[in-house]
Design a protein around this ligand. Structure first.
Ligand code: HEC
Ligand code: HEC
Ligand code: HEC
Ligand code: HEC
Ligand code: HEC
Ligand code: HEC
Ligand code: HEC
Length: 249
């Protein structure tokens, strides 16, 4: 009998709690949320610790509209090439996981982009195909997975490319989304004379500056721009061959 009463009391307290929270929000019952919260909110969301429903819509879970209510029109985010997609994206929690305490709630997930449906192949590569083919042969098959290849890397990452336009727009032919480094990649020998196939000289090399400064500094008065190897080495563009470190301002 005693246990039945105890169980009934516990049940009614439980139901009353749920009803109270349902009716007037999670702040109406202090501290209940600590029991069901999977972990502390990130520092910048900590002020929402007692207002779970600002992010969690009852019966539905996390909805983009809750996040957008506070985060629409973030000019810094929309101005940057790689994050401009925030203007139209309709899902947030794939890349913004919460309740990990001190960890900033940001984890880029390219697969989420595919899931959300942001696919579109870039236009065919305008790059010099012979040097590209040579480089790709050297790299073997280390490019992005077929799924990832459907993403248009260029629209989000062309600003990051160190290759100017030499390697074209199909970044995924050589790069995966996990890291810009390519496992096993070795730069061609410093004794190579093919530098110009993969590297483009800065604009200053096509102006008077090249004749008046670059050639003089390098001590290569008869060099043509395409003969990078006469003046440059493979560790840094500023370590001039036979001269040492040189930085022009
Ligand atoms: C700043 C927004 C935000 C606030 C405020 C917030 N959460 Fe969350 N919560 C999230 C996100 C994002 C997830 C991950 C959802 C997913 O995996 O899709 C999550 C996941 C959860 C989960 C795991 C189950 C699920 O729905 O995925 C629980 C339980 C949870 N939250 C409880 C709470 C409680 C209790 C509070 C109030 C103390 C709270 N949350 C406040 C953003 C928030
Ligand atoms: C009640 C308003 C509110 C809601 C709802 C909200 N946020 Fe925030 N969020 C903020 C504020 C305020 C900051 C701190 C902004 C700052 O310092 O510039 C912030 C910070 C962030 C940051 C940066 C965190 C960091 O450590 O730098 C991210 C990412 C973010 N929110 C994503 C989300 C997502 C995704 C959701 C929905 C699950 C969400 N927010 C819901 C108000 C909110
Ligand atoms: C495909 C992954 C992805 C999705 C989906 C996504 N974001 Fe982001 N978001 C990011 C990444 C990555 C960053 C960090 C960019 C950086 O600064 O390096 C970011 C940054 C932010 C920031 C700025 C954080 C800061 O540094 O102050 C806010 C706010 C934000 N996102 C909100 C949202 C909201 C709201 C949604 C849903 C409408 C959303 N995000 C969807 C990946 C995503
Ligand atoms: C809709 C925009 C978008 C598309 C499309 C996209 N990315 Fe990203 N990518 C991002 C954002 C945002 C980040 C987070 C860092 C940043 O802010 O630049 C990122 C980060 C990366 C990183 C750095 C990962 C790390 O942790 O160091 C690599 C590598 C990368 N992307 C490769 C690719 C490749 C390859 C493709 C095409 C298959 C691609 N991305 C397509 C937006 C995008
Ligand atoms: C033909 C192959 C190829 C293509 C196409 C290509 N890359 Fe690369 N990229 C490389 C190689 C090789 C490296 C050197 C990798 C290493 O050092 O591990 C590299 C390095 C990089 C790095 C890292 C530079 C550093 O050291 O910090 C970035 C960022 C990068 N590429 C972005 C891009 C972007 C964006 C695109 C598309 C517009 C692109 N790449 C297209 C081959 C390629
Ligand atoms: C088969 C293609 C290829 C050839 C040939 C080549 N490079 Fe590179 N080089 C790369 C790639 C890819 C990277 C890494 C990404 C980047 O920084 O552009 C790189 C990086 C570099 C860097 C570092 C740039 C930085 O700021 O971190 C220098 C310096 C360099 N190369 C010089 C040379 C010189 C000098 C030659 C000729 C002797 C040469 N390269 C030949 C592909 C090549
Ligand atoms: C006649 C010698 C010479 C030749 C040939 C040459 N350079 Fe340079 N380059 C220099 C010198 C000297 C500097 C540094 C001072 C300056 O700006 O003149 C420089 C600077 C650079 C820088 C800028 C470094 C920085 O950040 O300040 C890059 C990149 C570069 N060269 C790439 C190339 C490439 C690629 C080629 C071949 C297509 C090439 N150069 C051909 C002499 C040369």
């Amino acid at each position: 009998m005693f246990y039945w009463v105890l169980a009934a009391a516990a049940l009614s307290v439980g139901i009353a709690l749920i009803l109270a929270i349902q009716k007037s929000g999670s702040s109406s019952v202090p501290d209940w949320s600590n029991a069901v919260r999977p972990g502390e909110l990130s520092p910048k969301h900590a002020f929402l610790s007692n207002q779970c429903e600002t992010c969690h819509t009852p019966y539905r879970g996390i909805e983009a509209s809750s996040c957008i209510l506070c985060h629409a029109g973030n000019a810094t985010l929309l101005a940057r090439q790689s994050t401009a997609f925030h203007a139209t994206i309709q899902s947030c929690s794939n890349c913004h996981i919460e309740h990990q305490a001190g960890v900033r709630p940001i984890r880029m997930d390219h697969d989420a982009l595919i899931a959300i449906g942001r696919k579109s192949q870039p236009a065919a590569s305008p790059a010099d195909s012979s040097s590209l083919a040579a480089l790709m042969a050297m790299l073997g098959s280390r490019s992005a997975a077929p799924q990832e290849q459907s993403l248009d890397c260029f629209t989000c990452h062309s600003n990051r490319s160190p290759h100017r336009d030499l390697f074209g727009k199909q970044c995924a032919e050589c790069h995966a989304t996990s890291s810009w480094k390519i496992a096993g990649y070795k730069h061609p020998s410093a004794a190579s004379t093919d530098c110009v196939q993969c590297h483009q000289a800065p604009p200053s090399h096509y102006m008077g500056h090249f004749h008046m400064i670059s050639k003089m500094v390098a001590g290569q008065e008869h060099a043509r721009v395409e003969q990078c190897y006469l003046c440059h080495q493979t560790d840094s563009w500023n370590a001039i061959r036979g001269v040492g470190w040189y930085k022009h301002h």
